[in-house]
Design a protein around this ligand. Structure first.
Ligand SMILES: [Zn+2]
Ligand SMILES: [Zn+2]
Length: 167
């Protein structure tokens, strides 16, 4: 998990103060479904406001996730664009929660990691119509066509179908 600390001491001085922040961050690779995912060009564009109770962080996170296609296994770049809307509370007695203002700082790291992971689609596909790999020869059908397709369908199945029809 990466740490990403922001000093909010200036805006903590008074309710209503806010500041904008734009930053490109280096994140450690994320562990996800037994894979290690690399990220690049992760950019935060945020507005931080002192809302009395704490610091409200709103904005978005964009970047590129280097992923492997679930269908054809090719590496590809999956664009991420995630909205952030989180409240970091002041004076949290218990430090169990990640979202606390601690020593005039907030740590966005856990939220960033969590948001990226939650934003990953169930199926990561290099493109919506990815043709995948040929089940027989293993060729990537996005790049080439193989001969397997033209192979006649096993006739025994037809015989079997006929058999069942008769029955
Ligand atoms: Zn694919
Ligand atoms: Zn094939």
């Amino acid at each position: 998990m990466s740490d990403y600390l922001i000093d909010v001491s200036e805006i903590l001085k008074s309710e209503g103060l806010s500041k904008n922040l734009k930053d490109e961050v280096e994140l450690e690779p994320l562990e996800f479904r037994e894979e290690v995912l690399q990220l690049k060009h992760v950019t935060l564009s945020l507005n931080l406001t002192n809302v009395g109770l704490g610091i409200l962080v709103k904005g978005n996170l964009t970047g590129i996730l280097l992923a492997q296609c679930n269908r054809c296994l090719a590496e590809f770049e999956h664009e991420i664009n995630i909205k952030l809307d989180e409240l970091f509370k002041k004076n949290l007695k218990e430090q169990e929660e990640d979202l606390a203002v601690t020593d005039n700082k907030i740590n966005l790291g856990p939220i960033i990691d969590q948001s990226i992971i939650l934003g990953i689609p169930i199926k990561l596909l290099c493109r919506d119509d990815c043709k995948g790999l040929c089940a027989r020869c293993g060729k990537n059908l996005n790049r080439e066509t193989c001969q397997c397709k033209q192979a006649p369908i096993d006739v025994r199945w037809d015989k079997l179908k006929e058999y069942f029809k008769k029955g």
